[in-house]
Design a binder for this molecule. Structure first.
Ligand code: HAM
Length: 467
């Protein structure tokens, strides 16, 4: 009898998907909303544009978190965590209706209570909301905050662009002095310097409500005769929010931007002075920058200084640079959201982009998960000793591993090698009786026997962990 071929994994998944055309389960949906079918059968996959951060990647994340926290501590920023979900209106009112984020990229839905909510696409508006909600204007100003967390944007996934990315941001509330703009630009620059990446800052001023209308009129005058060459989005933007024309990613619109007017030519005296002050501070601090007269950034809340930080050699290559971070001043946002008039400034950096850049440049973070001491044992009595020693070493801040279910020494030494252990401690029957341990240096192969009670102190010394 012919044996029927088994379905391949792919064919099976396809067949399962077909079966799933009829949902196995329908989630409840708020009134007026159609519940999406919930698939079952085929193994669920991670969503497009999102990714798992596997153990092998964690050293990059730990390294970056440490650098962020050290910068924050050094410059007096305190951590704030806001929920990952907010009412949709917060982002519509802050980023602007015509921004790409609000028009196309928000993960918004109606919750079971009928509220229109959004997974945060960015961190500035939530932090400004928290500043108002918690009456932080009554604290000594400026209030300096930082955050780290996931952001969600329904973008077309590509190299360095995800639907869930992680961002850290630094924000300063209650200080209009341009030295704050310079400090924040310096911090973004120092972060990259600390992780071994040479960057350059692209900078512009968007003016204030006083001088911006003069510029937008000029923009309209420039673009109107070219309206037919604009993409459909930009045709709308021309009437509703002309500044957004400079932010369009359509190749045709990018080409038209080349000869568009520059905001710096329309700045009023105060804005001009403030821009000059920022540049002077950057010169003093030796932060490399270029003026980028068409930089507008993607959100409507910005006033005056806006900046993006890019990999230095990318600028030199003449290719459109990928932003490793960006930010600027947003002096009207707090008031716009119902708070007191409060000048503010900040920036955000995408952690995945920072890691990609590290990998491209082969910058290796220190591997702080590598086992320092492996504990090998022979027999049950030794196993009990290993349990106790494991905990003593762990409490002494030594990274320790063991494989207690293995009996043969050979297998345990192989495991120690795989983990890259610096030392292996071997405890057999003899060592249990003598109250000793055998320490093997995994690099030189040298072995020595020492007293069990001296093990922790001796290993701390060997590993340079004497406090
Ligand atoms: P943003 O430029 O939209 O600004 O995002 C900041 C950084 O997050 C970007 O420069 C990039 O490194 C990273 N990023 C943004 N979108 C993605 C994505 N889809 N995938 C991977 N990385 C991404 C803001 O969000 C502002 N809140 C920054 C700010 C803080 N302005 C003032 N204060």
């Amino acid at each position: 009898m012919p044996i029927k071929a088994k379905k391949s994994g792919y064919a099976k998944a396809k067949a399962d998907k077909k079966k799933d055309a009829k949902p196995a389960f329908k989630s409840s949906a708020p009134v007026g909303q159609e519940a999406a079918p919930v698939r079952s059968g085929a193994t669920p996959q991670v969503l497009r544009g999102m990714k798992d951060i596997l153990p092998s990647e964690q050293k990059y994340w730990r390294f970056i978190y440490k650098k962020i926290e050290s910068l924050a501590r050094g410059y007096g920023y305190e951590r704030i965590d806001t929920p990952i979900m907010e009412e949709t209106g917060l982002f519509v009112r802050s980023a602007g209706k015509q921004s790409d984020v609000v028009e196309k990229e928000m993960f918004s839905f109606i919750d079971k209570g009928g509220e229109n909510v959004t997974l945060r696409p960015e961190g500035t508006a939530p932090v400004a909301r928290a500043y108002i909600n918690h009456g932080m204007f009554s604290l000594p100003q400026p209030v300096k905050l930082f955050y780290i967390g996931p952001m969600f944007r329904y973008e077309r996934p590509q190299h360095g662009r995800f639907r869930q990315h992680h961002q850290f941001g630094f924000e300063v509330f209650g200080d209009a002095n341009p030295v704050i703009d310079a400090e924040l630009i310096l911090l973004a620059f120092l972060f990259y310097k600390d992780i071994g990446i040479k960057t350059i800052v692209h900078l512009n001023s968007l003016g204030c409500p006083n001088c911006r209308p003069i510029f937008t009129n000029e923009l309209v005058a420039y673009y109107k005769p070219k309206r037919s060459q604009l993409c459909e989005d930009c045709k709308r933007r021309l009437a509703k929010n002309p500044l957004r024309l400079l932010d369009c990613k359509d190749p045709g619109c990018i080409a038209l931007k080349e000869a568009a007017p520059h905001m710096v030519d329309s700045l009023d005296e105060d804005c001009k002075q403030k821009l000059m002050r920022v540049l002077e501070f950057l010169d003093d601090l030796q932060v490399p920058y270029v003026l980028d007269p068409h930089l507008v950034r993607g959100f409507d809340y910005y006033t005056r200084t806006v900046f993006e930080i890019v990999y230095a050699e990318e600028t030199e290559s003449g290719q459109p640079p990928v932003a490793l971070g960006g930010g600027g001043r947003y002096d009207n946002l707090v008031e716009q959201l119902g708070g007191r008039p409060t000048p503010a400034c900040g920036f955000g950096i995408g952690i995945e982009r920072a890691i990609l850049q590290m990998k491209q440049l082969q910058v290796e973070p220190p591997d702080d998960s590598r086992t320092e001491v492996f504990l090998a044992q022979l027999g049950d009595a030794a196993r009990r000793k290993v349990f106790a020693l494991f905990d003593d070493l762990r409490n002494a801040n030594i990274r320790v591993s063991a494989n207690l279910s293995k009996n043969a020494l050979k297998g345990q030494l192989e495991a120690a090698n795989k983990l890259g252990a610096r030392y292996t401690i071997i405890i057999g029957q003899k060592e249990v009786l003598d109250g000793t341990i055998l320490i093997r240096d995994m690099e030189s192969g040298m072995q020595e026997i020492i007293d069990y009670n001296k093990a922790v102190a001796d290993l701390k010394k060997k590993l340079g962990k004497i406090d």
